[in-house]
Design a protein around this ligand. Structure first.
Ligand code: GDP
Length: 301
């Protein structure tokens, strides 16, 4: 349920927000994962406008949040249908790396494997040769799940052994020898407070660099929209472990509308770009982040 449906009574007809209504609106924003300080400043803006209608209130919030959330768009995407995800060329405009090596990280259950399958399908459909590395060697089911996604996406899956770094190495090696465009590495989604995660990611990075000195070209963090404000802690944690280049937010089809993203953008001068949004469990349920669309959903416009 969107934030305004809960409180539409506040704006029946035109009215001024009194202290009580201002408080319930602030609470509703906080429930939508907007940080308290941002929520309070947004409500203060509304109160400063005096008598307003519901649609005027939404527009004021939209206008206030738009420049903040705009910062998350970061990259240009090729438009149109299924090719809306970043292509190799504009995913990393500075380099024409081939293969482009992407490391995908995030906590267990965030949606890494599913998202990799969706991305591989989009790239495959526009003629890219994609290799997926099953470097999540800790979960037996992860390998099978990935194999299924790889088949559906027309990608080559590299598995084997129980050492994530050697699977990653083998995948990039395969990609270099087979003229692949993109190598995506699915890492283990162990709890982000496990101390050895840093060692493992460092080891993966080290072996990748033996083959391609500037790999990985992208390190993407997958976040579940339902984790709310905790997602902010995850960004900070993972960024310290492995410098991130972008975010992907999954499960935007759930009750959560990813309000934490607005807080994240408000708290950072140059936030990481959001590369894509997952909005379902099917292979086609991934699209680029669009600030306008995001805010309209968040505000029930
Ligand atoms: P991983 O552990 O990070 O690799 O996560 P998985 O890819 O295995 O996904 C965990 C669960 O979340 C699975 O049941 C997926 O179907 C589900 N999931 C992933 N992305 C989305 C999404 O965008 N929307 C919904 N509703 N479910 C998703």
């Amino acid at each position: 349920m969107g934030l305004f449906s809960k409180i539409s009574t506040l704006f029946t007809g035109k009215r001024e927000l009194d202290a009580v209504n201002a408080e319930s609106l602030t609470d509703a924003l906080i429930t939508a994962d907007i940080a308290p300080e941002l929520a309070e400043s947004l409500v203060a803006r509304l109160r400063a406008r005096g008598t307003i209608s519901e649609s005027e209130a939404k527009q004021i919030l939209f206008d206030a949040m738009r420049p903040i959330v705009d910062k998350l768009e970061g990259l240009k995407f090729e438009g149109g249908g299924k090719s809306q995800l970043p292509q190799t060329s504009n995913l990393k405009p500075q380099t024409s790396a081939k293969p482009l090596v992407l490391l995908v990280i995030g906590v267990n259950g965030a949606g890494k494997t599913t998202t990799i399958g969706k991305m591989a399908k989009i790239w495959h459909d526009v003629g890219k040769r994609v290799v997926i590395a099953a470097a999540d060697t800790f979960r037996a089911a992860a390998g099978e799940q990935l194999a299924e996604w790889a088949t559906r996406a027309g990608a080559t899956l590299i598995t084997g052994g129980n050492d994530p770094a050697s699977v990653a190495y083998a995948a990039v090696d395969y990609g270099m020898k087979n003229d692949s465009d993109i190598v995506v590495i699915d890492t283990a989604g162990r709890l982000h407070n496990r101390a050895d995660l840093m060692d493992e990611l460092a080891k993966i990075t080290r072996v990748l660099k033996k083959l391609i000195p500037d790999a990985p070209h992208e390190t993407l963090l997958v976040l579940d929209a339902n984790t709310g404000q905790n997602a902010l802690a995850q960004i900070e944690y993972f960024h310290a472990v492995a410098p991130l280049s972008g975010l992907i937010v999954t499960k935007m089809d759930s009750t959560s509308r990813g309000g934490f993203l607005a807080t994240y953008a408000a708290n950072n001068k140059s936030p990481l770009p959001v590369y894509a949004i997952g909005y379902g469990e099917k292979i086609g349920d991934l699209r680029p982040f669009d600030a306008d669309e995001y805010l309209r959903k968040l505000l029930d416009m």
